[in-house]
Write a protein that binds this ligand. Structure first.
Ligand code: HEM
Ligand SMILES: *[C@@H]1O[C@H](CO)[C@@H](O)[C@H](O)[C@H]1NC(C)=O
Ligand SMILES: *[C@@H]1O[C@H](CO)[C@@H](O)[C@H](O)[C@H]1NC(C)=O
Ligand SMILES: CC(=O)N[C@H]1CO[C@H](CO)[C@@H](O)[C@@H]1O
Length: 340
């Protein structure tokens, strides 16, 4: 008798425990990023004159993004650099929620480090195409991550390809006062801390700074290194940069490519350059000299796994503090929060 009760109590407990596990699994899956989140969600509608009926066609969201990015990239091959930086700045402030795209007098775009962040218009054009196809379905936050992925594939000749999960929702706040990005003169140890706060470890940080394999900076961000001078910089290289960035500061807006090897190509060249004392920003050069990171720099410069590992790190960056499920919203235009 008592045995019967205890075994049925046991069974009930087991069922309760099992349904608890199932429920929390369901709750987790709901509201999580997943591969191909938009499959079956984007249907374009057309009126068919012959049948007099409205037809619905399923559209491939990622394919639409890929085609738009290819067109934009053909017009401006610096797009990969623009979008890589845009994704970094988006994901580091309030998570990857397209908050950086919100345009307002005190929004993130107005913060100091935004200066020269580019690509807002490209994302808005892709969003426009998707809204015309299936309104209210695809988030700006996902477009940023997908478009960056596609631009990186193009800028690496197809070498750097990584699958990204989707289902991000757009944030509703964007405040310049929330922008707390690392400065280019931050010590490596503090940079490690800043990345750690976003769930990115030191390996991820070294890989992600590899994004400085494309794009430009301006003399104002590093020219003090030329005239101090910073002994970690290659001497011939320093003399060359002095011609670009005169001591009187008159050239502080002059552009200088971040990777002196292959400035348009997403590849491991950045690590080769910084190993040779040809890093531009202080943080770039310090990666190669700091005992915390120099071993990895050496491995990446000499190895053949940059493409794969950089892709993995980009995936991780793209999943920092994302909003999913019922959080946030799907903006109608990327530059503004939906009011209703
Ligand atoms: C400690 C971390 C970082 C610091 C201090 C830093 C700093 C900077 C600075 C100062 C510039 C030049 C801005 C200008 O002169 O207009 C720049 C450019 C750039 N950054 Fe970073 N960055 C960091 C990490 C990253 C990461 C994680 C990514 C992407 C994954 C990234 C991608 C880029 C790209 C692609 C450019 C060139 C942009 C262009 O050509 O328009 N950076 N960064
Ligand atoms: C932000 O909006 C203002 C006014 O609508 C416009 O003039 C400006 O160009 C926009 N800036 C960006 C970066 O889109
Ligand atoms: C950083 O995280 C990645 C996975 O996300 C892992 O493979 C790597 O070993 C980690 N590195 C360190 C130093 O913990
Ligand atoms: C594109 C953009 O909004 N840039 C702004 C960045 O921040 C500076 C000042 O901090 C503004 O003057 C720019 O308009």
């Amino acid at each position: 008798m008592s045995r019967g009760i205890s075994s049925s109590v046991n069974a009930v407990a087991k069922i309760a425990a099992l349904s608890f596990v199932l429920l929390s699994l369901a709750r987790q899956c709901y509201g999580q990023l997943r591969p191909g989140f938009y499959t079956g969600k984007c249907n374009s509608r057309d009126f068919d004159f012959f049948s007099g009926q409205i037809t619905s066609t399923e559209e491939n969201v990622e394919e639409i993004v890929t085609q738009k990015v290819a067109k934009e990239f053909a017009r401006d091959p610096t797009l990969a650099a623009a979008l890589l930086r845009l994704q970094f700045h988006d994901c580091f402030v309030e998570g990857c929620d397209a908050s950086i795209l919100i345009n307002g007098t005190s929004s993130e775009q107005q913060a100091g480090p935004n200066k020269s962040v580019r690509g807002y218009d490209v994302i808005e054009r892709i969003k426009g195409a998707l809204e015309r196809t299936c309104p209210g379905v695809v988030s700006c936050a996902d477009i940023v991550v997908l478009a960056t992925r596609d631009a990186v594939a193009l800028a690496s000749n197809g070498n750097v390809r990584y699958p990204v999960r989707t289902g991000r929702r757009d944030g509703m706040t964007s405040l310049a006062s929330n922008v707390n990005l690392p400065s280019p003169t931050i010590p490596v140890s503090q940079s490690i801390d800043a990345f750690q706060k976003k769930g990115l470890n030191v390996t991820d940080m070294v890989l992600l700074l590899g994004a400085h394999t494309v794009g430009i900076t301006h003399c104002g961000f590093f020219q003090d290194r030329l005239y101090r001078p910073d002994p970690t910089m290659d001497t011939n290289f320093r003399e060359f940069l002095k011609t670009r960035c005169p001591q009187d500061g008159s050239g502080s807006n002059n552009p200088v490519v971040l990777d002196q090897g292959t400035p348009m190509s997403v590849d491991k060249s950045y690590y080769v350059q910084i190993k040779r004392g040809r890093g531009i920003l202080q943080i770039d050069q310090d990666l190669a000299t700091s005992g915390l990171t120099n071993k990895m720099v050496f491995e990446l410069a000499n190895g053949f796994d940059f493409a794969f590992r950089f892709g993995q790190a980009m995936v991780k960056l793209g999943e920092v503090e994302v909003k999913t499920g019922e959080n946030g919203q799907i903006r109608r235009t990327c530059a503004a929060v939906n009011l209703l």
